[in-house]
Design a binder for this molecule. Structure first.
Ligand SMILES: Cc1ncc(COP(=O)(O)O)c(C=O)c1O
Length: 399
């Protein structure tokens, strides 16, 4: 047993980061790493972005925190930006993705309560999904291992498979169904992008049955796929409620639950709240992050670089079919499904100065900052190629 004073809930890589600049991280021994993890899709503008540093330092000298019992102009400013850019009319600010999910599920149930249908509590979630670590989030998530040892599954959650068309249609028609929650691009599950057809069919069925559609864009949102939000690649598939976090603060903890005014009708005074959510410091940084990420040039850059990466990665997979069996995902949320163990491959990539994240179905994920330039994208693939070569040698030796 470890003698660390920390709860042993993380399997940490043997790497201590001292500082970062742009798409690069430097360890305490001065070694440089190309960062294709970006705090797991969080540091969308890379490290030490000047606009974020300026926003943080300026606000830090003025006001950090006051409480939501007072008006916070930064919340109005960020909510206005988010609602102008999306389907939503109203926003609640929290501090994390899990809190955004909590708010989304509470908003959905309160909607039906306000409509005089309190029996509508069931939330449909999907195999392979990840929505966070609170009780609501682990019950909505599609990975039973997150629930193990935490007592019985909560009532009001239904798990389905993404390809179970009949099951989805049947469950949406039930009188107890409140909401359906889905990631337009699954992140932790292994970078799986849903098709336009899937999203449209589910949107239409939700509308038909009065079920609220919740998108979890905690990982896929804020420019990650080359649109501000992944579902915006397609017309007419907007949700009723959406959870956003991660890159929303560019690395500063902030989350948001967005909703239409109608879907949020049950969220009245006193039913929800947060001490820290939306405090002036978080809002100042998140506004600066939003203004940089939502720029058309930044989204266009993310599309250009992700196309470049995709082409190079597909070529790499062709050269190493014994290592990479699939290249998937959308935009800068890229998954490589591997034959060697993904954890071993992450360590190998690290040896070659490249940081990648793990994912379901034995994937590694590339989640670089959106500011990654073409030279860095090429360098990332060269380092991956070197890792593939070592993996091939080791696999051959083990055979
Ligand atoms: C899709 C998705 N939803 C929710 C969460 C939970 O966010 P947080 O860790 O900020 O609570 C995550 C975190 O990885 C996520 O990827």
């Amino acid at each position: 047993m470890s003698d660390s004073a920390l709860m042993a809930v993380y399997n940490r890589a043997p790497l201590t980061v001292s500082h970062g600049q742009g798409a690069w991280l430097y360890d305490t021994e001065g070694r440089a790493y190309l960062d294709c993890v970006a705090g797991i899709a969080t540091d969308a503008l890379g490290h030490a972005h000047p606009a974020l540093v300026a926003a943080l330092t300026e606000q830090a000298g003025k006001l950090w925190h006051v409480s939501n019992i007072f008006r916070i102009p930064g919340q109005e400013g960020l909510a206005q930006r988010l609602t102008n850019a999306t389907f939503a009319d109203v926003v609640f600010f929290g501090n994390s993705g899990s809190e955004a999910i909590e708010c989304a599920i509470k908003t959905a149930r309160r909607f039906h309560h306000a409509n005089g249908q309190p029996e509508r509590i069931d939330v449909i979630g999907f195999a392979g999904s990840f929505h966070g670590r609170t009780y609501a989030a682990i019950n909505a998530s599609g990975n039973p291992s997150y629930l193990e040892g935490f007592g019985p599954r909560l009532p009001g959650y239904v798990q389905l498979s993404l390809d179970d068309e009949a099951g989805i249609a049947e469950t949406l028609a039930r009188p107890t169904t409140a909401a359906l929650i889905v990631e337009p691009v699954q992140g932790e599950g292994g970078a799986r992008a849903l098709s336009e057809d899937w999203l449209r069919r589910v949107r239409d069925l939700c509308t038909q049955h009065g079920v609220l559609l919740i998108y979890d864009e905690v990982q896929s949102g804020m420019g990650r796929t080359g649109q501000l939000f992944a579902h915006q690649w397609f017309d007419g598939v907007e949700p009723d409620i959406m959870a956003v976090a991660k890159a929303l603060g560019g690395g500063f903890p902030v989350g948001a639950c967005l909703a239409t005014r109608d879907a949020a009708k049950g969220m009245v005074v006193g039913v929800h709240g947060s001490t820290f959510g939306g405090n002036p410091l978080a809002m100042a940084v998140a506004i600066a992050a939003f203004d940089a990420i939502a720029k058309p040039e930044m989204l266009a850059h993310a599309r250009t670089i992700s196309d470049l990466l995709k082409g190079k990665l597909e070529a790499l997979a062709e050269s190493f079919p014994d290592v990479i069996v699939d290249v998937r995902g959308k935009g800068m949320l890229i998954g490589l499904k591997l034959i060697p163990n993904n954890r071993d491959f992450m360590a190998l990539a690290r040896e070659h100065g490249l940081l990648v994240a793990g994912g379901g179905e034995n994937c590694v994920r590339l989640l670089p900052p959106l500011i990654l330039n073409a030279g860095e994208a090429t360098e990332a693939v060269l380092r991956l190629e070197a890792a593939c070569r070592t993996a091939r040698t080791r696999l051959a030796r083990a055979a």
